[in-house]
Design a protein around this ligand. Structure first.
Ligand code: SF4
Ligand code: SF4
Length: 299
């Protein structure tokens, strides 16, 4: 039986996920739960339905379509009872884009077929395919097969963006099949990392050290979150860690709240401090002072 993974999006013509023009495959599910996450639909491995009240015309089509009879209208919005199987009948019935199914099972060949349509653009731009998420390493057997096929059989440039929270054994296995590598550092202090993401940082920092020792060119990515990791102390520790391990490049991604509507569509709330923006210029200056190439990516 062919391997499948739960994928929640494949975006084409991406310019921020590696060199050239790329297709980015977003894997659903992540071992971390960052409180600022801008893609809340990426966190759980299972498919989910997002309901956008502002789009809803209350036509009732989704209520009739649900085979489980789980939907009803209350206070001017569609409510979903427990037991949703994410079958997608309601989302297919909605003509207004108010119900969106996030996450579907795809095989390696289905993903390859979809991205391969753009091979000409990859060749012309020096681009390729990036596996992102969520966390692509969380569906490792599929990721391994996908990268191997894309890199070895099709000959495309491949990249992964990872939070770093997986076994070194798995990272070691995919090394021959990736050209580019982005790894996140959310906080240098493990207790703070645990507070912000639900996990300590030991495994992540160890994997990054191992990558550097294996001679892999790693770009470090840091989501810059006000009052969490943009302090002088954390930035100086980051600079020390990078310099000590020969890591030469960091990209800061300032926190944004464009994902707020997705939280509402999932019945959740985004709870972040918006009283001031992150100290982006301070962060860049601190890392550059340590001789590290630092850039800002507005995603
Ligand atoms: S996804 Fe399927 S089970 Fe869930 S509410 Fe929609 S129709 Fe019902
Ligand atoms: S089908 Fe769409 S527009 Fe109609 S009630 Fe359901 S969510 Fe609203």
């Amino acid at each position: 039986m062919s391997l499948t993974a739960t994928i929640f999006d494949i975006q084409h013509f991406s310019l921020h996920d590696g060199p050239g023009v790329r297709s980015t495959v977003f894997f659903k599910g992540c071992p971390l739960s960052c409180f600022w996450c801008s893609n809340p639909e990426s966190q759980h491995m299972f498919p989910e339905v997002l309901y956008y009240r502002s789009q809803c015309k209350q036509c009732g089509a989704c209520l009739a379509a649900c085979p489980e009879g789980l939907l009803h209208v209350e206070d001017g919005r569609v409510k979903r009872a427990q037991g949703c199987k994410a079958c997608g009948q309601c989302t297919a019935a909605c003509r207004y884009g108010a119900q969106i199914l996030s996450g579907k099972k795809m095989s390696v060949s289905e993903v390859c077929d979809e991205v391969h349509q753009h091979w000409r653009i990859f060749m012309q731009s020096g681009g390729g395919v990036t596996c992102s998420g969520g966390e692509p390493m969380a569906q490792f057997p599929f990721l391994f097969e996908l990268l191997k096929t894309l890199h070895e059989d099709i000959g495309l440039n491949t990249c992964i963006e990872t939070c770093g929270f997986s076994s070194w054994e798995n990272y070691r296995k995919i090394l021959p099949y990736i050209d580019e590598l982005y790894m996140d550092i959310k906080h240098m202090d493990s207790t703070m990392h645990q507070r912000g993401t639900g996990r300590g940082n030991e495994i992540i920092l160890s994997n990054i050290r191992n990558m550097a020792q294996a001679g892999k060119d790693v770009t470090i990515r840091v989501p810059l979150i006000p009052s969490f990791n943009d302090t002088d102390e954390n930035l100086e520790q980051l600079a020390g860690f990078m310099r000590g391990n020969g890591l030469r490049r960091v990209e800061f991604m300032p926190m944004h709240v464009y994902g707020r509507s997705k939280y509402e569509a999932l019945g959740r709330t985004l709870d972040v401090d918006e009283s001031r923006p992150p100290r982006t210029e301070v962060a860049v200056a601190c890392l550059e002072a340590a001789g590290i190439e630092a850039a800002v990516q507005h995603l």
